[in-house]
Design a protein around this ligand. Structure first.
Ligand SMILES: Cc1cc2nc3c(=O)[nH]c(=O)nc-3n(C[C@H](O)[C@H](O)[C@H](O)COP(=O)(O)OP(=O)(O)OC[C@H]3O[C@@H](n4cnc5c(N)ncnc54)[C@H](O)[C@@H]3O)c2cc1C
Length: 457
């Protein structure tokens, strides 16, 4: 009997995983917490992607779609999140054989191994996984031979506090705080129009949100925009510009630099948020001690400081993650923002993503842990390799079938002060990267792995 593979989350990578698993003749079952596939993407559907269609469609998924008469989108066009859903994820999840294997409104709450607690070893590898999940009817249980966790990180954003903890008062001011990328000039317009709004972060999400707020300011001049960044050099967020092969991302950084230069955005560099307090009917955001540190007074705060993986439902499984990045240990050095900020990472697969718990794999956005540089196309290669591994095709699992876009935005020596200021979701790389990118090419010519920039050999 063919193996059952439980896939947690029906985002772009979870759906691609299901397509590859199905193509291998295995039985995928996809458990999705939201009411429909692509639930996380739906929260940022107003955002334009920085990668064109050619980097957003998985090959096995495209093969399933082609059989339904699907017209593949123009590879050079940059879709919005909404278009990604309408033209790709929704048809994939509802009009292909994947429709029969996706269980929506099914939130995974815990995974264990039948008959084995975490400490028990002998025979463990042969025991099926027991996946507990919650749906509208109540608690449910599923058994599977392998588990691919593609549950993303969208639902666990980093807090505002500079030390990784929530700032003092962050919970109390929850109504004035939004995380990630609100729809500034769309559904959230009334919330921000004419208000003083601070945005914390220096990555792609922060830059995109600040750009939207500056446009809102043109339409509603009473709007004030304050940019809080932990690092000391705002120019680092302006990006690789023409060096970025993901041109939309380069252009965003350049347009943002102009808005800052025009004084449409007030910049507060070196601002590590520590506490939030009341200032009349507004909110005071403090950095440093409450007596003598700096502060700004605003109506609203948008925290765009990246995401972290939610590992709670994996706690009864044997995980081996890097202690700082919270990514699989073999992958972490390739994406560690302390070491380099390359948007491009050596393609990798089952070998790097497998866990000590045989049959368990982390993939997609979640596999990058706290690193901000994930690209969908990287995830598609991950799950191609994982499906081959589960099917026992070691040769295909080891093979690299992906050419990643060179982002041309790498730097040596890491990202100052803010791990969210590099990469794709985490945003553009520092200025002055040309020399680094030349080194990158040289490193690759010498057969070195990774982007070359972080390679100390
Ligand atoms: C604003 C934004 C813009 C981006 N733009 C780009 C881009 O242009 N190009 C690019 O390559 N990448 C981009 N990314 C990065 C990344 O490719 C996307 O986040 C992508 O959606 C990641 O896919 P995923 O399947 O790994 O995770 P997700 O899309 O986050 O999907 C995870 C799914 O798991 C579900 N889930 C979570 N917890 C559970 C649970 N316990 N049980 C069951 N289901 C669960 C969620 O509801 C969700 O549907 C962007 C990210 C963001 C946030």
């Amino acid at each position: 009997m063919s193996k059952t593979v439980a896939i947690i989350g029906a985002g772009p990578v979870g759906l691609a995983a299901a397509a590859h698993v199905m193509e291998r003749g295995l039985n995928p079952i996809v458990l999705e917490a939201g009411v429909a596939a692509g639930h996380a993407v739906r929260q940022w559907k107003h955002v334009q992607l920085f990668s064109p269609w050619e980097y957003n469609v998985d090959r096995a998924a495209a093969r399933l779609l082609s059989a339904t008469g699907w017209n593949s989108p123009d590879p050079h066009v940059y879709p919005t999140g909404a278009e990604l859903l309408e033209q790709y994820l929704d048809p994939l999840a509802t009009r292909t054989p994947l429709a029969d294997v996706i269980r929506t409104s099914s939130r995974v709450t815990a995974i264990g191994r039948v008959g084995f607690d975490k400490a028990k070893t002998k025979g463990r590898d042969f025991a099926p996984f027991e996946i507990r999940y919650q749906n509208g009817k109540g608690p449910e249980m599923l058994r599977a031979d392998a588990v691919i966790d593609t549950s993303g990180t969208w639902s666990s954003p980093n807090p505002a506090g500079a030390n990784g903890l929530p700032a003092i008062g962050e919970h109390e001011f929850a109504e004035r705080i939004a995380y990630a990328m609100p729809d500034i000039r769309g559904v959230d317009r009334r919330r921000y129009s004419g208000r003083t709004v601070a945005v914390l972060g220096a990555g792609h999400s922060a830059i995109g949100t600040l750009t939207e707020l500056a446009r809102l300011r043109d339409e509603a001049p009473a709007t004030e925009v304050v940019w809080l960044l932990r690092g000391s050099d705002p120019a680092k967020a302006f990006g690789g510009g023409a060096n970025d092969k993901l041109a939309a991302r380069g252009e965003l950084g350049a347009a943002f630099a102009e808005l800052v230069a025009a004084g449409k955005i007030r910049v507060e560099p070196g601002f590590g948020v520590t506490h939030l307090t009341t200032a009349g009917d507004r909110m005071r955001i403090g950095a440093g001690s409450s007596c003598c540190g700096r502060h700004v007074v605003v109506d609203e705060l948008i925290v765009a400081t990246g995401f972290r993986p939610d590992l709670r439902f994996l706690s009864e499984l044997r995980l081996r993650l890097d202690p700082s990045i919270e990514a699989p240990v073999a992958l972490a050095p390739l994406i560690d923002p302390n070491e380099h900020s390359c948007g491009t990472v050596r393609p990798h697969g089952a070998r790097e993503l497998a866990q000590d718990e045989l049959g368990l794999y982390l993939a997609g956005m979640k596999s990058y842990g706290r690193a901000p540089t994930f690209l969908m196309i990287t995830g598609y290669e991950q799950v191609r390799s994982i499906a081959a591994d589960i099917a026992g095709d070691r040769e295909a699992a080891e093979r690299v079938e992906l050419e990643l876009p060179e982002t041309g935005v790498c730097t040596r020596g890491g990202v100052e002060g803010d791990s969210t200021s590099a990469g794709c979701c985490g945003g553009p790389a520092p200025a002055g990267n040309d020399a680094c990118c030349v080194e990158d090419v040289k490193a690759k010519e010498m057969g070195k792995t990774g982007c070359g920039c972080g390679d100390k050999a």
